[in-house]
Ligand binder design. Structure first.
Ligand code: GAR
Length: 199
């Protein structure tokens, strides 16, 4: 069975959704380790409460290459074969990406390639788009740029704030991250160029 390693930096609601889906049998995989670069990440505490292995590897002040090597080592220690970024707010080094080729997924709160990087929902609102959403994609060496597994759309309403738009997107994040992980964990896809063909 696929062994998932989760990386997170904060609240961890996507991690929670994934953990619920694993427990409910919607994802044929197990979560073998949850790693955070921040000791105060709420997601670490909820991982512990679920009885999962939760590890804090503080990134502050460390060289990116050195830090990423330590994360790869921790993932390997637990036999991880699918890495899921769940609000892990760091750009991975090429060395990290190459350690898990086409085995790292990320969730991003916009319809990529629109609005990569930080504060995607704020970017979408200020740009004035009428539709936004979220994207699950494979991670490559560029920021928020790898082949797209699934996307979901939500309307942007005239009265939206960053908070209300983020909340609407988050519901879809939780739904499609589970679906995308199940697709990848069960191998029901192939990659042709930038296209991820499902089924
Ligand atoms: C989510 O909205 C996720 O899409 C976003 O951070 C939030 C984490 O929430 N990720 C990015 O912006 C990555 N560029 P969570 O900790 O509750 O899952």
């Amino acid at each position: 069975m696929t062994k998932i390693g989760i990386l997170l930096s904060g609240r961890g609601s996507n991690f929670e959704a994934i953990a619920e889906s694993v427990a409910a049998g919607r994802i044929d995989a197990g979560i073998v380790v949850v790693i955070s670069n921040r000791a105060d990440a709420a997601g670490l505490e909820s991982a512990r409460a679920r009885g999962l292995k939760a590890v804090c590897l503080p990134s502050k002040g460390l060289d990116r290459a050195v830090y990423d090597r330590s994360v790869v080592a921790e993932l390997r220690k637990h036999g991880v074969d699918l890495v899921c970024l769940a609000g892990f707010l760091r750009l991975l080094t090429g060395e990290f990406v190459r350690a898990f080729p086409e085995r790292i997924l990320n969730i991003h709160p916009s319809l990529l390639p629109a609005f990569p990087g930080l504060d995607a929902q704020h970017q979408a609102l200020t740009h004035g788009v009428k539709v936004s959403g979220c994207t699950v994609h494979f991670v490559d060496e560029q920021l928020d740029a790898g082949p797209i597994v699934l996307q979901a759309t939500v309307p942007v309403l005239d009265e939206d704030t960053v908070e209300s738009l983020s909340a609407r997107i988050l519901v879809e994040e939780h739904r499609i991250y589970t679906e995308a992980i199940q697709v990848v964990a069960t191998g029901k896809y192939r990659i042709e160029g930038r296209r991820v063909l499902l089924g």
